[in-house]
Ligand binder design. Structure first.
Ligand code: GLN
Length: 276
């Protein structure tokens, strides 16, 4: 079978489980051939299909996310390593990057709470080479992955990843103060019905946050006064129906909220600033 034929067969096979079957097949084929997708499409269509491609397609047919099969995910134009146990960076979270770059003219110190693959923090550091960054996460797999990603980007910035859980007493002590705190916390309601791709494969501790999906905001937002430098801002990702509830939690902690929407027009982030 040629690459072209194998792609058609795979897209057909995957159409039962994925709404991006052809794209999925192309990404897996490029991975199997260890080349870019465009190279694969332009130069290798008539080559023999690589051994092992079908096994990758079978994994995808069982709903395993492409990013875990290939071990990487693109975010804001850069490639990040991901592995099981670490949340896959989503396009929606680029809303936080855009909000941060627009709202913070001078960025010296950035803290990323629940950094996962490090995609948010490392993107900001790449965009602002003078900034220093700290990322914390309760998961040691996340810390390993974020560290690997920082090394791969070969950043000139000062950066550090630390294993810390905000469920531990005093977790915020001695972190220091930051111009910007970014955070994509878990915010899915405990009984939400997620796609099998997410539910069966991605880490629940990065997704679920109690009955209303608000548990982590309730822990984190009240600690911001200890983490923000003067004129510092915090930017939180939110579920699209959570803007009012999170703004309420922020208001009670002394912060005003400014809403940012994602590319689909849905509420996706809140910029929190201390009320005057
Ligand atoms: N937007 C993600 C999802 O629905 C949730 C991410 C999160 O809880 N931080 O898959």
């Amino acid at each position: 079978m040629t690459v072209g034929e194998a792609l058609r067969a795979a897209a057909d096979h995957l159409s039962a489980t994925s709404d991006s079957a052809r794209l999925d097949a192309e990404l897996l084929m490029a991975h199997a051939l260890d080349c870019s997708r465009s190279d694969m499409l332009l130069r290798h269509q008539r080559d023999p299909a690589p051994v092992g491609f079908e096994a990758l397609v079978d994994r995808r047919a069982r709903h395993e996310p492409i990013a875990y099969i290939t071990g990487e995910q693109e975010f804001y134009g850069r490639c990040f390593a991901v592995r099981p146990g670490v949340l896959i960076p989503r396009g929606d979270s680029e809303t936080l990057v855009r909000a941060a770059l627009e709202s913070c003219s001078s960025l010296r110190r950035v803290l990323d709470l629940g950094t996962g693959s490090g995609a948010l923090l490392l993107t900001l550091l790449s965009e602002r080479p003078a900034a220093a960054g700290v990322g914390i996460d309760a998961s040691s797999r996340a810390i390993e992955t974020a560290t690997e990603n920082a090394r791969a980007l070969d950043l000139a910035n000062d950066w550090r990843f630390e294993r810390r859980s905000w469920l531990d007493h005093g977790w915020q002590d001695d972190l220091g103060r930051f111009d910007l705190v970014v955070c994509n916390p878990p915010y899915v309601e405990a009984d939400a019905l997620l796609d099998a791709d997410v539910h069966d494969y991605e880490p629940g501790e990065a997704l679920f946050a109690g009955p209303e999906g608000l548990d982590d905001y309730r822990v984190l937002i009240p600690k911001l006064p200890e983490l923000l430098a003067e004129n510092g801002v915090a930017i939180f990702e939110i579920g699209h129906q959570q803007a009012e509830s999170v703004a309420q939690i922020a208001s009670e902690a002394g912060f005003s909220s400014e809403l940012r929407r994602d590319l689909a027009g849905r509420p996706r982030a809140l910029i929190l600033r201390p009320k005057p």
